[in-house]
Ligand binder design. Structure first.
Ligand SMILES: *Cc1c(COP(=O)(O)O)cnc(C)c1O
Length: 494
């Protein structure tokens, strides 16, 4: 761990007059300075830390060492698919010609970038079995909103204005009902059966002429594949609704099952999950949306299309009046698209087929190795992730939160906790396909050790973490009242 000096904030290292730079002489003439309105002139020097270059470097390197990422350790955060981002992706994404592009550049001078965009949208259509994709949305939730607007657009152009409800299972990711509400659709919740799948008997009576469609995640957030998907899709279609697929966690399906082939009409994919590319801390993301044939005209403006003129292929931006409109300032987060395309092309069709099976194997290996000490509410084969309901032996009072905090002491990122809401002590584990058996074994060993510690020394687990730069935080206060600047910290009088 850092010693006291390195742990100091950069303002605390400040010494008057010390500096890490020397700027060239100010060439701004007296006259030019005199032209500046006085109210825009600084009356006092800005409050900046005065430090030497070496201290600046140490400060930032030490701070980065306090961070945790996929590159530093195992990151089994369920529903987030924290997979390794191959270095070649970064090389491609930081290519000078791509980084130097301006978002307002005319399409004639950005043909290479548009070719990348077009190629990725074609790959995604092929992978998902749908007709066409837009890459414009900035995140999964943004993709959901875009997809639901397309769903609404479909009913509206047919004059079917009564369809204002969307059916969502109670195991769904929180963004599903949130996006529906933002889109002006009313949410109708359908219950899950004890095995985690949709309760068809609960679903059938909900289907009438007010249903715009149904949103589903498959495998769902419990990692369980909906075997009745064909039946569900048929029932929703028969009642006139559309099927929306939340493909944020497409990982277990890659190369095995195509959402378009099992009855889905609209879907989004999280490039920043399934298709590598680093994420966390709120971005950057990309939530491409795909539609089946017959819905393409509703996709947001502009679309990237390929045209052949005089034997030459060129790419153009196309806008249509029938579209739901524009949903992003430009064409989305291009850097994320470059990483995703690099990932798809370096893997290739044959290798991509292994992603789902290996992610599934890893999840089942951990599940089976720990189910004698952690409560497994839904048994059987899971897909990419699964959920424990806390420790099997709950007599010590050690909670899921305590287990998660204790994992940090051992250098592992915690799984997702207290989601989905179906179980009180949910602990949701998703290992991804890249992890070696050694890493999984080490994780299993530590999880078993924590279960033992909960018996032998519950107080120690309840007060974890002990070895991290900061101890247990007040998560709610940190979210509601974040202290992110030096000035705020001083005002807080810590
Ligand atoms: C992550 C996730 C989302 C939301 O994606 P964001 O990019 O965070 O907006 C939606 N649904 C599921 C199932 C997810 O796992």
């Amino acid at each position: 761990m850092n010693n006291k000096f390195y742990g100091k904030l950069i303002f605390e290292l400040s010494q008057t007059g010390r500096q890490a730079y020397s700027l060239p002489k100010n060439e701004c003439s007296e006259y030019a300075l005199a032209c500046l309105p006085s109210h825009l002139m600084r009356q006092q020097a800005p409050l900046l830390p005065e430090v030497d270059e070496l201290s600046v470097v140490r400060h930032y390197i030490n701070m980065s060492n306090n961070n945790f990422g996929v590159d530093t350790g195992f990151y089994p955060l369920g529903s987030c698919t924290m997979k390794y981002n191959p270095r070649i992706n970064e090389e491609v994404a930081t290519h000078r010609e791509f980084v130097g592009l301006h978002p307002l550049q005319c399409s004639e001078t950005a043909q290479g970038a548009l070719a990348v965009y077009y190629c990725l949208q074609t790959c995604l259509a092929d992978i998902s079995g749908l007709s066409e994709f837009t890459l414009n949305p900035y995140a999964g939730a943004h993709g959901e909103l875009t997809g639901l607007m397309i769903m609404r657009g479909y009913h509206m152009e047919r004059g079917d204005l009564k369809r204002t409800k969307v059916i969502i299972p109670d195991s769904a990711h929180g963004t599903n009902p949130a996006s529906s509400a933002v889109c002006g659709l009313e949410v109708v919740v359908v219950k899950s059966r004890p095995d985690g799948t949709v309760d068809i008997d609960d679903l059938m009576p909900l289907l009438d002429e007010t249903i715009a469609g149904m949103m589903m995640t498959n495998p769902n957030t419990l990692g369980i594949f909906e075997h009745n998907i064909g039946k569900i899709a048929k029932a929703v279609h028969d009642c006139g609704g559309l099927m929306y697929y939340d493909g944020a966690n497409l990982n277990p399906m890659l190369g095995k099952v195509r959402p378009g082939d099992i009855g889905f009409d609209i879907m989004h994919i999280n490039l920043h999950k399934t298709f590598s590319t680093p994420h966390g801390g709120g971005g950057p993301g990309s939530g491409p949306v795909g539609v089946r044939a017959g819905l393409e005209h509703l996709l947001p403006n502009p679309r990237v299309v390929k045209v052949s003129e005089d034997g030459f292929e060129t790419f153009k931006l196309q806008c249509s009046d029938q579209s739901i409109g524009s949903i992003s300032a430009h064409l989305g987060n291009f850097g994320v698209m470059l990483r995703a395309l690099a990932y798809i092309l370096t893997m290739g069709r044959e290798q991509l087929k292994w992603v789902g099976p290996l992610a599934t194997l890893n999840a089942n290996y951990i599940k089976e190795s720990l189910k004698d000490v952690f409560e497994l509410p839904i048994s059987g084969v899971c897909k990419h992730e699964f959920v424990f309901d806390g420790l099997k032996d709950k007599t010590s009072g050690v909670t899921t939160l305590d287990v998660a905090k204790r994992l940090l002491d051992y250098g592992f990122h915690a799984p997702t906790i207290y989601f989905p809401l179906l179980f009180h002590e949910a602990l949701m584990i998703e290992p991804t396909e890249n992890e070696s058996k050694q890493t999984l074994d080490e994780f299993i060993h530590i999880m078993r050790q924590i279960a033992q510690e909960a018996k032998d020394d519950p107080e120690m687990v309840k007060t974890a973490p002990h070895n991290t730069p900061v101890r247990r935080l007040d998560d709610t206060l940190a979210a509601l009242h974040p202290v992110v600047t030096w000035r705020e910290l001083q005002a807080e009088n810590y």
